[in-house]
Design a binder for this molecule. Structure first.
Ligand SMILES: Cc1ncc(COP(=O)(O)O)c(C=O)c1O
Length: 356
């Protein structure tokens, strides 16, 4: 008798699928999207452009117009820009191209939970170096980590998720200069840092093995579109073309990216308000007895309490946050995304009630 099913790849047997809960509750502050929808002009422009697309034809395999537009924002030629379905797919392609059996990826802990998962899917072993108690990585610790692990790839989110801490240029330089690795800085949240100086993009001409990943999912309010990109040396882009699927980036997504770029100021106009709301939430959490909160350069805050069922208590108030209390180094920690002023007020009220 032949079996009824086929076993998944041995190395995937224990994998838990990625998935923050998608619950239908009044206040959803668990996946770091922007709470404000894109401006109406975005949908209006996109609708006009969609009517002119040749959807019977495959899209531009190289997404040339989009890469030209993205490159112009950073003063880079399109040969140094690559785009895919969300920065998660950009990361998958990077790990497929430069990871694989026998190669090693260095991560930080705590860090973005999808990094080791994507590595595993790409058959790439990862090791994680612990951040210090304030979730900082010093240049000396960065140097020691690459020296001890001799990675082929390094990937850090800056600002980091779930901690909100941004890593300085000195750390990125240390990771790059002390290793032979491709150094990937995942800047999904960098637009919330308050100053463009935080971005490692300024180092691209100095550091040939540096890759900066960005996304339209957060500050650009387009998590539903699935569009991310990277800035890197041109040989990285050439290599990624070897692993991407044919026509991986559909015409609608490419067009949405072009429209967002054309309306960049309007699409990102809410960022200042979100940053102000983050700072308000931070001050409120810091003033709350029994709460420890860490400063954040992103659109979320990590905080710790001694209340073991705080996640459930908040949920009972209709407020969904992200539960990290069982994650390594994060005992008692929850992460709250910055919402609208009304959502943030609802969160603070629910928190006060839950801590009583
Ligand atoms: C650090 C980090 N990188 C990447 C992503 C995924 O972004 P995208 O929607 O572009 O795939 C996230 C999403 O939460 C993130 O936190």
């Amino acid at each position: 008798m032949m079996p009824d099913r086929v076993a998944v790849r041995d190395d995937l047997a224990g994998v838990v699928p990625y998935g923050a809960p998608q619950l239908d509750v009044p206040v959803r502050l668990n996946t770091n999207e922007t709470p404000f929808p894109p401006p109406p002009a975005f949908a209006e422009h996109l609708a006009k452009r969609l009517a002119a697309l040749d959807l019977n034809r495959y899209p531009d395999r190289r997404a040339t117009a989009l890469r030209v537009g993205l490159g112009e924002r950073f003063g880079l030629l399109p040969q140094r820009v690559w785009a895919a379905n969300g920065s998660n797919e950009v990361l998958l392609q990077l790990f497929q191209a430069y990871g694989g059996p026998g190669r090693r990826l260095l991560l930080v802990r705590p860090g973005y939970s999808a990094h080791p998962l994507i590595a595993r899917v790409a058959n790439t072993d990862s090791v994680a170096v612990d951040l210090d108690d304030d979730f900082v990585l010093s240049p000396a610790a960065a140097r020691a980590a690459v020296a001890a692990n001799d990675p082929d790839l390094v990937c850090v989110a800056s600002p980091n998720n779930p901690t909100g801490v941004a890593f300085g240029h000195d750390v990125v330089r240390a990771l790059h200069d002390e290793s032979r690795a491709l150094v990937v800085v995942d800047e999904a949240y960098v637009e919330f840092a308050g100053t463009p100086d935080v971005s490692a993009a300024a180092l691209l001409d100095d550091l040939p093995r540096l890759v900066v990943c960005r996304t339209f999912s957060k500050a650009w309010r387009l998590a539903g579109v699935r569009l991310g990109y990277l800035l890197a040396s041109d040989w990285v882009v050439d290599d990624l073309r070897k692993v991407r699927l044919p026509y991986h980036l559909d015409a609608l997504t490419q067009e949405a990216g072009l429209v967002a770029l054309a309306l960049a100021d309007e699409v990102t106009a809410h960022v200042a308000e979100l940053v102000a709301e983050r700072d308000r939430l931070f001050a409120a959490l810091r003033a709350t007895p029994g709460v420890r909160v860490w400063p954040s350069a992103a659109n979320f805050l990590l905080f710790r309490t001694a209340v073991p069922d705080l996640f459930d208590r908040l949920l009972a108030h209709g407020v969904l946050v992200r539960d990290f209390s069982a994650a390594p180094r994060l005992a008692g920690c929850l992460r709250v995304s910055v919402g609208t002023p009304a959502e943030n007020d609802a969160f603070l009220a629910a928190l006060a009630d839950s801590l009583r």
